[in-house]
Design a protein around this ligand. Sequence first.
Ligand SMILES: *Cc1c(COP(=O)(O)O)cnc(C)c1O
Length: 402
Amino acid sequence: MAPSATTPAAAASNGTNGTNGATKVAAPAQLDASKLTIERTKSPRPVPSLETANSGPETICTDHMVTATWTASAGWAAPRLHPYGPISLMPTASVLHYATECFEGLKAYRGYDGKLRLFRPDRNAERMVLSSTRISLPSFPPAELEKLMISLLSVDGARWIPRSRPGTFLYLRPTMIGTQPQLGVQASSEAMLYIIATYMPVLHSPAGGMHLRTSPGNMVRAWAGGFGFAKVGANYGPSLLATADARKDGFHQILWLYGDEGLCTEAGASNFFVVWKDKETGRTQLVTAPLDDMIILNGVTRRSVIDLVKERCPELEIVERRYTIQEVGDAYEEGRLVESFAAGTAYFICPISLIHHRGKDISAPMGDGEGGEYTLKIRTWLMDIMYGRVDNDWAVVIPEEE
Ligand SMILES: *Cc1c(COP(=O)(O)O)cnc(C)c1O
C-alpha cells in the first residue's frame, strides 16, 4: 500500500522522492524555485509617479507575480512567474469559508548606492512556514520562498523601483490560501502560494506622533492557546471594528491589551515598545511583550530592534516581559516614561506620543517633536542598513535584470 500522509503539512515536509522500493508511490514534490518558469507580460503597465502610486482605492502591483500550486497527493507544482492579474477560485474554496490564509509582508529598498535590497527575508520565509502549518496549509523549505521573492524582484525591480528613486521601497506580499473546493471542515488538500509586489504609502511618521487608544474591554486580538503568533488572515478581520471606531475618534491605532490585568501586547499590526526608567533600579529600560505567551507576532523589526540595541546601546536594558497599561500609566505620572514607539515593516519605527486608556491620556515624550532620542536613533540604524548606507549581513542584495 502506498504510504498515506496524515496531514498536508506532514505530506509536504516529507522531502524528496523516496527511493527505497519500486512499489512505492513517489512522495509529494517539494517547492523548488529552480523549476521556476517565466512568462513575461506583453503589455507592461505604466509605472505611476510616487505622488499617485498610493492615492487610489486599489493597491498598485508590478507587472508580474509568482504562483505555485500544491495538492496533498502530488505536492508542489513548478512555480510560475507570470503577468499580474486576478486569480480564479471556486465559491466552495476552503479559504473563503475557513480562513485558511496566511501571508507575509516585507519591503524591497532602493539603496542610495543604486542597489535593491531585502531586509532579513529568511526570517519572513521561516515565519510563513510557521503560519501556514498552523492552519494546516503545506510546509516548504523557507529558502525556496526566499529565492522566489528574489526572482520576482529581479524581473520587476528595475522598472518599478528605478535607480532614480533611491530611498523608496516596494512591498512584497507572499500569500498562501487553501483552495480545495469542498465545504467539509477539514485541512485543505489543495493550496496556492503567490507573491505580489506592490506600492505602499510611507506610514512611519504621522505629524506629532501616533495616537493610540487601548482596546475596548470586550475585545481581545489574540489569546493564550490561540494563533496571535501566526500571520494568518483570521487575526486581522475581527480587529478592524475596534480600529475603525478608534479612527472615528481621531486615533491612529489600537493598543491591544490582554487579560483582566491589561497586559500590553501590540499596537495595531505592529509590535509595541516603551522606554522607561525602572521604578526599583532607576535604570533606563526598553520594554516589550514576551514571545513565550504566543499571543504576539515575532516581528522581524522587533527582533532587529532588540539585536541592535543589545549591540550598540549598552545603557539601555532590554526587558522582554509581561507588563500592564497600569505600569505604563504609573511611569507617565511619576515622570519615568522616556518614550514609546511601534515597530513593524509597514509602520517601520513609528513614534507614539499619546495612549488613551479608559478616559485618561498617557503622553509619551517626543524629543524635539519628531520622536524620542532612542526611537530616532534605532530608526536611523535600521534605515542605514536597509538603504545600503552601511554594509550589513541583514541586507540581501537583489541581482537585477537591466
Ligand atoms: C506583521 C506584524 C508585525 C510586524 O512584524 P514585522 O516582521 O516586523 O513586519 C507585528 N504584529 C503583527 C500583528 C503583525 O501582523
